[in-house]
Design a binder for this molecule. Structure first.
Ligand code: ADP
Ligand code: TRP
Length: 339
């Protein structure tokens, strides 16, 4: 019997800030866990970063992009098994992005939660760029260029994968069958890690920039990381009581512990039921810091070898281009732009 082709996975992270443990748990760790099983295409979304004004910082942005690329490797993405690249290195993303912008009804874009929230936060006096509205059309292009089967992301990105499916179906109906309809994959636990300072808000890069105790950055000094965990908001009880409803901050700490140690909820219940919050937090801190120590050590080694990093950036881009190029040509033919 012929060997079955590996399923193809595509995902990326926007280069708008420093990566945190939410990005690691929700996205990167899923990619690492499955990289031997699937064919992975993973990228840094730098064009998407331009939708947030403060991310436009000239050379800083490229430095941020390379930091994220190196962090993918440091977290365990193996460039032999996965194709890693930077979005703007593959011009096909912007080209198909335009076609997708023209395929997507404005009303679909206006309904997106991210547009509604980020549009409100952005400085309206200086004008929100149209890119913030068109963001999902570019994301659809990122995905559809590679015909992936699966898109593993955190929960907040679910809506963007759903609109991608709708855009692909619309394109296929208008211009003929061209794009595969991908499925979204979200971790059962850990798809939405909450802020340590406010367990009702998603841990996010932008909040982390203004609230020091909010997130744990993958490159944070280890003592700062420990302090933020020890100060995490719980509730006014003194310890963990599984017989009562756990406060959101306690559940969040348990989820982080379980994701970093590969423990089930039953196992952590056996370990923490009746324990004080001090013990819970200190165990969470040990688990997180153990992993951060490994990641940071690998990160230093990777960024010390610039030649190797540049080689991987070039190799990944070539491989991505070899898939994206023919797909874009197919879309050009379908729309009638080429015969
Ligand atoms: P942020 O919101 O911090 O800027 P992104 O939107 O760039 O992060 O997300 C990058 C990836 O990490 C996406 O797959 C996203 O769903 C996931 N992710 C982001 N924040 C979290 C979180 N708090 N918990 C789980 N996954 C997350
Ligand atoms: N919007 C995603 C984020 O904020 C990044 C992203 C861009 C993405 N294009 C994608 C994720 C395609 C998955 C697939 O992190």
């Amino acid at each position: 019997m012929a060997a079955q082709a590996k399923k193809r996975v595509l995902s990326g992270i926007t280069a708008t800030g420093r990566l945190h443990i939410g990005n690691y748990i929700g996205a990167i760790s899923q990619w690492v866990d499955n990289q031997a099983v699937y064919e992975n295409l993973l990228f840094v979304a730098d064009l998407h970063a331009l939708t947030i004004p403060q991310a436009v910082a000239g050379q800083d942005l490229r430095a941020r992009v390379e930091e994220i690329f190196a962090l993918y490797l440091a977290c365990g993405i193996d460039p032999e098994q996965s194709t890693l690249f930077v979005q703007s290195d593959i011009v096909e993303h912007a080209e198909l992005g335009w076609i997708m912008t023209c395929t997507t009804p404005v009303s679909w874009l206006e309904r997106m939660t991210q547009f509604k929230t980020k549009g409100k936060i952005a400085d309206v006096d200086t004008g929100v760029g149209a890119g913030l509205l068109c963001y999902p059309a570019l994301q659809a292009a990122d995905i559809l260029l590679y015909d992936p089967d699966l898109v593993p992301v955190g929960e907040d990105q679910k809506q963007h994968v759903e609109i991608t499916r709708d855009i692909a179906k619309r394109f296929n109906t208008l211009f003929g069958d061209t794009f595969k309809i991908p499925d979204v994959v979200i971790r059962q636990a850990g798809g939405r890690i909450m802020g340590l300072d406010d367990p009702t808000a998603k841990m996010s890069k932008s909040t982390a920039e203004r609230a020091p105790g909010h997130a744990i950055g993958l490159l944070d000094p280890l003592d700062k990381a420990r302090k933020s965990i020890m100060r995490a908001v719980t509730d006014s009880n003194s310890g963990v009581d599984f017989a009562t409803e756990l406060a959101p901050g306690v559940t969040n700490l348990l989820t982080i512990f379980e994701c970093f140690t590969g423990t089930s909820r039953d196992q952590s219940a056996a370990r923490f039921d009746g324990a004080g919050y001090g013990k819970l937090k200190s165990d969470v801190a040990d688990a997180v810091i153990g992993r951060l120590t490994e990641i940071q050590q690998r990160y230093r080694e990777i960024t010390d070898d610039r030649d190797q990093l540049n080689k991987l950036l070039t190799q990944g881009a070539e491989r991505a281009r070899s898939i994206a190029g023919p797909k874009l040509a197919q879309a050009y033919r379908a729309t009638g732009l080429r015969s």
